[in-house]
Design a protein around this ligand. Structure first.
Ligand code: SF4
Length: 357
């Protein structure tokens, strides 16, 4: 029966829950992670999740949940993940981003529960070797927490992905950081990747790498072709009629993404595990608000979000890449970006700053 009721055209729902504090203060953080963020009580989460699980499959096909900022700082995070697993939610039960501060010291019995919930893949972010990493996260001991967590993951034969965030201030240490990470895992259950900082949140203020910085990297530590200087992305769009005619697309992940704050206000305009267009223009946040779980049902909020995109999103998506590049592109700028980050976060953010409601 379940199969018959499922509407294959209904969206998959992704909830980004911004209701955890963070004990780091990373300089690249796109969510502006802070110890000030308030938590949602477990009882409220449980009632909300059970209601979500009962939603008709004609409205949404599936539910995935990501907790931002540091999920393990909720005193009942193990219960939360047990609940997610019981209800069949995806998201952090599929990959688990963490700064390791709690997992490093978590009792074995709680690790057992996480494993029983199907949590078997962890995502850990590094900024460099110990001194550099601690300096960039703003917390002494944060590097050791990650290494201790990796040790426990490996001992349990689980998988992990390490990402190194690269910018002008840590690029010289980046190859040594990758080497150190690769050496931790002789059984090769890990993957080590590297990324440039996103142009969102505190990451906007980091000094970006330029082509000559990346060209100095040894073979085996190069960035993929998707990372280009702003000037080159600009010229590609201006000189390629077909590319320039494409419309700006903000929700490329294909999920219906809703962001929830600890006061239970709900916002549309985020994207997957990044801030998306909402993260590009935090000052316009009130315009992305679609309602509150305190006064409306999640069903009616999903219908609202499906039927009407927030005005800033619609205005941005009405532009072509040519129009965006022509107005906001800097043909001289040598800062390197991932293309979608440049379009949505830097140029899109500037467009939205000019946006007058
Ligand atoms: S990047 Fe992650 S660990 Fe760092 S401040 Fe942000 S939420 Fe916290």
């Amino acid at each position: 029966m379940e199969e018959i009721r499922t509407n294959r055209t209904a969206p998959h729902l992704l909830l980004n829950i911004h209701a955890m504090p963070c004990n780091n203060f990373c300089r690249h953080c796109w969510t502006d992670g802070s110890s000030e963020h308030a938590r949602i009580p477990f009882e409220t989460i449980e009632a909300f999740f059970r209601r979500l699980a009962a939603i008709d499959k004609g409205l949404i096909q599936s539910v995935s949940v990501l907790f931002l900022d540091e999920p393990t700082l909720h005193p009942q995070f193990v219960d939360i993940f047990r609940l997610q697993s019981e209800l069949g939610f995806g998201g952090m039960t599929q990959f688990f981003p963490t700064n390791g501060s709690v997992l490093a010291q978590l009792p074995d019995s709680d690790w057992d529960i996480l494993q029983q919930c199907g949590i078997d893949w962890f995502q850990l972010i590094f900024h460099g070797l110990q001194h550099t990493h601690d300096a960039f996260t703003g917390r002494k001991g944060s590097f050791k927490n990650l290494i201790d967590t990796v040790t426990r993951i490996i001992a349990r034969k689980l998988s992990w992905t390490a990402g190194v965030i690269v910018h002008k201030e840590n690029i010289d240490e980046f190859p040594a950081t990758v080497d150190m990470l690769r050496s931790l895992d002789p059984s090769k259950t890990s993957q080590v990747g590297w990324y440039l900082n996103s142009y969102q949140g505190r990451g906007r203020n980091l000094i970006r790498c330029r082509p000559d910085d990346l060209a100095r990297l040894p073979e085996g530590y190069r960035f993929s072709e998707g990372f280009l200087p702003e000037s080159e992305i600009y010229m590609n769009i201006m000189n390629n009629r077909q590319l320039g005619a494409q419309k700006v697309e903000s929700g490329a992940c294909g999920y219906l993404t809703l962001d929830i704050e600890s006061d239970l206000d709900i916002y549309a305009g985020g994207a997957c595990d990044s801030g998306g267009i909402l993260g590009s223009a935090p000052h316009l946040k009130s315009q992305f608000r679609i309602g509150s779980l305190k006064t409306e049902s999640i069903e009616s909020l999903i219908v609202k979000a499906t039927e009407t995109k927030p005005e800033p999103v619609r205005r941005l998506e009405s532009l072509t890449l040519y129009e965006l590049a022509e107005r906001y592109g800097d043909p001289e700028c040598q800062d390197v970006f991932f293309t979608s980050d440049l379009l949505l976060s830097k140029w899109g953010g500037k467009f939205l700053s000019d946006f007058i409601p």
